[in-house]
Design a protein around this ligand. Structure first.
Ligand code: 4NP
Length: 160
């Protein structure tokens, strides 16, 4: 079982989009049983408001015919670092915030999603840009590259 936690600032726009895009990619390859996939926030505000997925993310997932369930924002906790194998951030500031919460990345679990691509960069926050199409394109590119990385790592015999 490979456990993956996608993380962004609010856990209502980018990380739930990544969660459901990645779940769909894994399902299309018949690998759902081999993964546990979730998402979380670095800040606590949306958890306190019991905020669900932003309508921009919902609309884009629907338009792309990617299934999703209800998801409520929750803040990442130190125990998530122990439980998950991969903690995948959307941008540099997420990584700084994750490290403040979970402590040093002693097991090299924390990565930026687009660092798995040939064009490493941040995923801009659609909460501020309003551009959920751009988020989707970046997230799809990153999830594809991340999955290929995992499959290669697995076939090299590094993981179970
Ligand atoms: P996300 O976007 O990190 O992609 O979920 C945000 C959502 C909410 C807020 C900031 C960013 N907020 O300030 O509530």
């Amino acid at each position: 079982m490979i456990k993956v936690l996608f993380v962004c600032l609010g856990n209502i726009c980018r990380s739930p989009m990544a969660e459901f895009v990645f779940k769909q990619m894994v399902a299309e390859r018949g690998l759902s049983e081999q993964f546990y996939i979730d998402s979380a926030a670095t800040e606590r505000f949306n958890e306190m408001c019991h905020a669900g997925i932003h309508h921009g993310t919902r609309d884009k997932l629907k338009a792309m015919q990617i299934p999703f369930e209800e998801h409520y924002s929750r803040q990442i906790r130190p125990r998530d670092y122990v439980y998950f194998d991969y903690i995948i951030a959307m941008d540099d500031s997420n990584i700084d915030d994750i490290l403040e919460i979970v402590g040093p990345d002693t097991e090299n679990k924390i990565h930026r999603l687009l660092d798995f691509t040939g064009h490493p960069r941040n995923i801009r926050d659609p909460w501020y840009t309003g551009d959920f199409d751009e988020s989707y394109d970046d997230i799809s590119e990153g999830c594809q590259a991340f999955l290929e990385h995992l499959l290669k790592e697995n076939s090299d015999g590094k993981r179970g």
